[in-house]
Design a protein around this ligand. Structure first.
Ligand code: PEP
Ligand code: MG
Length: 540
């Protein structure tokens, strides 16, 4: 029995056989050729085939891992077509008289060195991509099949030194118990994919890559961060029992995928998913989300150097709306500010960012910025059941002003004959005590409320949600918070406005009965929590 420790990329416990994956290095001998035209033809055909493959991978990855993750294949397409890279290969063929495959391998080496020598995370990732695209081209020149999925007859614990993005996304998901990589980080594509598929994953092992473990029985305990090879009888027995219990529970819960969460007293509460972008969709759909209750669109603005264009956003919202096939998709306009900083917007430094320039407060100042997002959302409303949700609302005038801007967009789109849903509903988040207290007035302006308990807690208790030093003052079940929620729900009911919760308290087991009692219409939670929550409602 041998235990290898690593970093947990996604929690889980599995027992199975290890399948070692490694890319056989293709030996390309230095070969001089006379017929350069024929080598150029081989190269052109391989480029075309590679681009076709990448197009297919892009479509597959969009479904498996979401639009954002799939973008890597668009990048690969651009890299294959890159003029400098292509010129280098063609020069090797035409001037050096190298075979097409050898010419690509030389270009791979050269560009890999250039990118890898740059002391920058972005470029070292591009170095990996150069290898990825070059290997694809070489295989296509030589007519070698991409055999990555071959040999996966049973579900396995996939073990690799590292996985290239295309390899990760090319793996047949039905054959996977878990993914373990000797290298890699929790931010790697592998980790992200494992999370989006919700399978156990360990990365960054404390032991070097070892091909000899292929076929061995192993336990991946991705609760404890351990890969245990050749476990002894006692451990095997324990783990089998644990897995059996987990499996039974999972199977029981899976039955609830299409069930309606109706409590014992007959109250029906819809269970929706919160998403940050389209890559969270597969798990939401797998777990039977009845809709998207919170699409945190600010994530489309984070982690980049410039604003996402209206077109980029439109595509993302349209994609989600279409994937949800007519189910509600509540798109929250961006909640930038406080902890969600966007450097390129050059917003001023503030003494109290959480009480400062944030969300709707930015939107109502920079109306061009706001309208560009609203236009993308409203245009996408033609393709599904999209609703608009405004964050950090404190007062009626803010809603009125936002609605005026929405009207302006309606007129602009009509003038240009661009289709959209003119009946698109507008709702608000209830995230401040002020909003909860005047919820009777706010209800007259909107179609729905969604309580953001994360912020409602911080603002009600004056306890910064980022500050762990004051954790013991953060009583998430504080009577004041429950009272504000009750009041909001009552005002919503009184005015015929739908009421939901999309903050973390939505999935809090101690509050399920509270939501039933106060007749909440829906609870929107992280995709992984949907089934547990349905189960609790049904049994309450
Ligand atoms: C909330 O405040 O509860 C909420 C859902 O919004 P966020 O966590 O994105 O601030
Ligand atoms: Mg909030």
């Amino acid at each position: 029995m041998k235990t290898i420790k690593g970093t947990i990329a996604n929690k889980g416990l599995v027992l199975g056989k290890i399948k070692v994956f490694y890319d056989e290095k293709i030996n390309i001998s230095k070969e001089k050729i006379n017929d350069t035209a024929s080598e150029i033809n081989k190269l052109d055909a391989a480029v075309k085939k590679s681009i076709d493959e990448l197009d297919k991978l892009f479509e597959k990855a969009k479904v498996d891992a979401g639009e954002e993750e799939a973008q890597i294949f668009e990048v690969h397409k651009m890299m294959i077509d890159d003029i400098e890279y292509q010129d280098e290969i063609r020069r090797n063929i035409n001037e050096e008289k190298d075979s097409a495959a050898y010419a690509v391998s030389l270009a791979e080496e050269k560009f890999y060195e250039i990118f890898n020598s740059m002391d920058d995370e972005y470029f070292s990732q591009r170095a990996k991509d150069i290898k990825d695209i070059s290997q694809r081209l070489i295989k296509n020149i030589l007519g070698i099949k991409n055999s990555f999925n071959e040999g996966l007859e049973e579900k396995v614990i996939l073990y690799a030194e590292d996985l290239l993005p295309s390899q990760t996304l090319n793996i047949d998901k039905d054959k996977l118990l878990a993914i373990v990589t000797v290298k890699g980080s929790t931010q790697s594509h592998t980790a992200i994919l494992a999370k989006s598929m919700n399978i156990a994953s360990l990365v960054n092992l404390d032991s070097a890559f070892d091909k000899s473990i292929d076929g061995k029985t192993a336990i991946l305990d991705a609760y404890e961060g351990a890969l245990i090879i050749d476990p002894d009888e006692k451990l095997l027995k324990d783990v089998k029992e644990r897995i059996e219990k987990e499996e039974k529970r999972k199977l029981e819960l899976e039955k609830l995928k299409t069930a309606k969460a109706i409590s014992k007293d007959g109250t029906y509460i819809s269970v929706y998913a919160n998403i940050g972008n389209s890559k969270d969709l597969p798990l939401a759909l797998k777990n039977g989300a009845e809709g998207i209750g919170l699409f945190r669109t600010e994530f489309l603005y984070l982690g980049r150097d410039s604003l996402p264009t209206e077109e980029e956003q439109f595509k993302e919202y349209k994609y989600v709306a279409e994937a949800m096939e007519g189910k509600e998709v509540i798109v929250r306009t961006f909640d930038i500010g406080a902890d969600k900083k966007v450097d390129y917007l050059n917003l001023p430094e503030e003494e109290n960012p959480a009480l400062g320039y944030r969300a709707i407060r930015i939107c109502l100042d920079d109306t061009d910025l706001f309208k560009s997002q609203l236009r993308a959302i409203i245009r996408a409303s033609h393709y599904g059941n999209i609703k608009i949700m405004l964050p950090m609302i404190n007062d009626v005038w803010e809603v009125k002003k936002a609605k005026e801007l929405i009207k302006e967009i309606f007129n602009e789109l009509k003038e240009k004959n661009i289709p959209f849903n003119e009946d698109i509903e507008v709702g608000i988040m209830i995230e401040t005590p002020a909003a909860a207290i005047i919820s009777d007035d706010l209800a007259k302006e909107v179609s729905f409320f969604s309580i953001g308990t994360n912020d409602l807690t911080q603002y009600t208790l004056a306890v910064d949600r980022q500050n762990e030093k004051i954790a013991r003052h953060r009583d998430i079940h504080h009577k004041a918070i429950l009272k504000l929620m009750e009041m909001t729900a009552a005002n919503a009911k009184k005015n015929g406005v739908k009421i939901s919760v999309c903050g973390e308290l939505g999935s809090d087991p101690d509050l399920t009965e509270f939501y039933i009692k106060n007749k909440f219409d829906k609870l929107s939670v992280n995709p992984g929590q949907i089934l547990e929550l349905k189960d609790r409602i049904i049994n309450s």
